[in-house]
Design a protein around this ligand. Structure first.
Ligand code: 3HC
Ligand code: NAI
Length: 713
């Protein structure tokens, strides 16, 4: 039976032997979302079913095999203009779910695919939840990631189901869990394989109609001790608040508000809790932070569909990947490709011992996933078997894509390319993971330069979310879409950038990294420099970042930047001194900081001596920050003017995912828009006057200032 709403109904149902089987399928949409129109349909549907004496219980499913409900319709709430309006929207959603929770007949939900945000809040309002262990099933409350909180009762129902501590763990991290973990945590009542999801859910609805009530596991004495009593809960809240302060630096209001909504609700009862939750949702939904995080969500989604060049053919489906150079990056790429894209990987290096080392390192990525229970023992064994290696190109002819990660020298890379083309005359796409060498120069050695492209991964490959894809002058569009498509299958956010020195990320990082040297020479301490950057919202400061990247790698990149762009990007002289002394950063146990047992221990004061500087105050902290940030903004604007990225959107996403530019600021170009080009130009001119031409505002900013224009419309 169709629902009574007009147009293509999202909700339909049929009654089978006393059980109303309701199916939600938002037509012409890739995922189910709860919009105002869908809410109206829910209301009408549940009202009809409540009044239908033939209906004894409800079994609810999604009509989309890989998506349950992705949550409230994000497009709808970004249009809200006032907190009061947003509060009403939240209260309205709560009301609708209250109708489900108070429904006079039992409701069982059969969950498969993403069950997120408002989708999980709906499931929480049902009497019983069955989840399938389909790989696409993920269950959770990711609202925090959008700068809001679960505003349809999630802050009230989840802690009542799984306890305050587990609920806060989920809500404050905005985490989604796979079905197995959701079951272990008690978020769902039953875990089943996909083929029997429907029958088991209907059977549960039928059992409940017959009077059976689910018995939920108690959380035992330990559970009571932890958060089942007011004192335990107070400790949980205190611990959570402290963690949030450390983690967010006060830059993100949503997790604090969510904590308050949970705490308030458990103290004052469900209905007061719901009121507070809606109020807080209202306040958050119209904050600038939330707007920025939502923009990032949409930008990342848009990038997922982008083939990298207009009109490019569909990517070749890579099933076998070749990797030349099984060192640090090659093995990282291999392990990640297997883990994420389940492809056959063939590695080659100059001798078998190195190949073995690479295979071992690649396997460690899989071991780590097993340890974190992201994959089962069975999957682990299957994935490990996909890794193989040799000291020849045997087997490379079968690979649709080969990535080289050999030493960073043009002659070596060209040699490898020649060897590859010699051994695999009909070889497909060939990508270089170079961090500094122009792709077009590498491709000069190729018989078929159209197949050569850059795929610049960041280290450590398994953890860093960004990939820069760099077409050379003659790269074929199909090779671009194949590299982009495969990068995405590896779980990366991919931007396509111009073949110019430093590409995008290293280019705009250069002034930021170089400023460290100038600041230290003026007496700034490492703690001040890093501290101010962290306060701005970077996950780590620039000095720590250099230590993480490796000072040798950073030094090499810095010199390429100097050669390409001249004095404006003069590197920090001291880094060379540290490298000479064997201090390469974390990987050697010492850089600017000291490391032991895998942990950063604090500034190694002897770094100052090697650099010939004294930390005796230096510029005011506000100036330290201004110099660090404006350097990035100025260089980013200049690079946008040169077409290094295809749009400001790609530039911002690249900076956020490439080196952690604070997401709540939307990226360097959004941030430049917020500050205003005129103000930026004036600030840069003042700095240039005092500190030299490296701060001279670029033409792009000056032009924007003259026209009173922005990067984004
Ligand atoms: N609202 C509006 N559009 C949404 C959406 C949502 N909640 N979730 C996904 N979409 C859209 C995407 O923008 C994209 O649109 P497009 O095709 O026009 O670009 C399309 O659905 C497909 O999305 P993906 O490309 O991301 O598809 P994937 O299969 O890769 O991922 C997903 C699916 C895991 C559901 C992912 O889209 C996702 O994480 N969505 C957001 C989930 C979320 O944050 N939910 C919370 C919403 S806020 C809320 O519920 C508030 C409540 O507490 C009151
Ligand atoms: P590495 O020194 O760990 O590995 C290089 C590997 O290539 C070695 O195993 C070496 O034996 C092998 N090799 C050298 N010549 C070869 C040849 N002719 N045939 C087959 N194998 C050969 O170096 P790393 O750090 O993995 O870097 C590799 C590439 O990745 C470089 O181009 C580097 O610029 C780039 N890169 C490095 C990053 C980093 O942080 N280390 C980040 C991004 C890119």
């Amino acid at each position: 039976m169709p629902s009574p709403s007009r147009g293509a109904p999202a909700l339909t149902w049929e009654i089978q032997d006393g059980i109303a089987v309701v199916v939600l399928d938002c037509k012409d949409q890739p995922v189910n979302t709860i919009s105002r129109a869908v809410k109206d349909e829910f209301r009408a549907c549940f009202e009809t079913l409540a009044n239908d004496a033939n209906v004894k219980a409800v079994a609810f499913f999604s009509g989309k095999p890989e998506n349950f409900i992705a949550g409230a319709d994000i497009e709808e709430f970004v249009k809200l203009t006032s907190a009061a309006e947003a509060e009403r929207l939240s209260a309205d959603g709560q009301d609708m779910l209250d109708q489900v929770a108070r429904f006079p007949k039992p409701v069982a939900a059969g969950i498969q695919g993403a069950c997120l945000g408002g989708g999980f809040e709906f499931a929480l309002a049902c009497s019983y939840r069955v989840a399938s262990n389909h790989p696409k099933t993920q269950i959770g409350l990711p609202e925090i990631q959008l700068g809001i909180l679960p505003g349809a009762g999630g802050c009230q129902r989840l802690p009542r189901l799984v306890g305050a501590r587990a609920a806060l763990d989920m809500i404050l991290a905005g985490k989604a869990e796979r079905a197995e973990k959701a079951f272990r945590l008690g978020m769902v009542d039953e875990l089943v394989p996909p083929p029997i999801l429907r029958s088991i859910t209907i059977a549960a609805a039928r059992r409940m109609a017959g009077g059976w009530r689910p018995k939920r596991r108690g959380r035992g004495f330990i559970g009571w001790l932890l958060d089942g009593n007011p004192l335990g809960r107070m400790l949980v809240y205190r611990g959570a608040r402290k963690q949030l302060e450390d983690k967010t630096g006060g830059n993100y209001p949503a997790p604090f508000a969510a904590l308050e909504a949970v705490e308030y609700g458990l103290r004052h009862g469900m209905s007061e809790g719901l009121k507070r939750e809606a109020q807080l949702f209202g306040q958050l939904a119209v904050t600038d932070v939330s707007r920025k995080l939502v923009q990032i969500f949409f930008a990342t989604n848009a990038l997922k569909k982008d083939r990298g060049v207009d009109g490019a053919p569909a990517p070749v489906a890579v099933q076998r990947l070749g990797i030349v150079g099984s060192g640090f990056m090659g093995s990282g790429i291999a392990g990640t490709a297997v883990a994420q894209a389940t492809v056959d990987v063939r590695m080659k290096d100059s001798d078998l011992a190195r190949v073995a080392g690479g295979l071992r390192a690649a396997r460690e990525i899989l071991d780590d996933r097993l340890k974190r229970r992201r994959i089962t023992k069975y999957e682990h064994a299957r994935l490990v078997a996909l890794l193989s290696g040799s000291d020849s190109y045997a087997g490379f002819w079968r690979a649709e894509l080969t990535i080289e990660a050999v030493f960073e020298e043009l002659s070596v890379k060209q040699q490898v390319l020649r060897e590859f083309e010699g051994a695999v005359p009909d070889g497909a796409a060939f990508a270089s993971n170079t961090s500094t060498i122009p792709i077009t120069s590498i491709a000069e050695a190729a018989r078929v330069p159209e197949r050569v492209i850059g795929m610049h991964f960041f280290s450590p490959v398994a953890k860093m979310p960004l990939l820069e894809v760099i077409p050379g002058e003659r790269t074929a569009p199909g090779v671009v879409s194949t590299a982009v498509g495969f990068g995405r299958r590896m779980g990366k956010t991919v931007i396509v950038v111009k073949d110019s020195p430093g590409f995008w990320v290293n280019r705009i990082l250069a002034p930021y990294a170089n400023e460290i040297g100038h600041l230290m020479a003026e007496g700034a301490s490492i703690e001040t420099i890093d501290g101010m950057a962290v306060r701005f919202g970077f996950p780590v400061g620039p000095v720590t970042l250099l230590d993480e990247v490796g000072l040798d790698v950073a030094e090499k990149v810095a010199h390429v930047m100097l050669a390409a762009y001249g004095d404006r990007l003069q590197p920090t002289a001291g880094v060379a001194a540290l490298v000479k002394a064997g201090r390469l950063g974390r990987k050697s146990g010492r850089g600017f900081y000291e490391y032991s047992g895998g942990k950063k221990r604090g500034v190694d004061a002897s770094a100052y001596e090697l650099l010939g500087v004294h930390p005796n105050g230096g510029p005011r902290p506000a100036e330290v920050l201004q110099r660090l940030v404006l350097g990035i903004l100025n260089e980013a604007a200049r690079a946008v003017g040169e077409g290094v990225v295809r749009s400001p959107r790609d530039g911002d996403i690249g900076a956020i995912f490439g080196f952690g530019f604070p997401p709540f600021r939307g990226g360097p170009l959004r941030h430049a828009d917020d500050l205003g080009a005129a103000r930026l130009v004036a600030d840069l001119e003042r700095l240039a006057e005092r500190l030299g031409p490296r701060f001279a505002p670029c033409e792009v900013l000056q032009d924007l200032a003259r026209r009173n224009a922005k990067f984004y419309p």
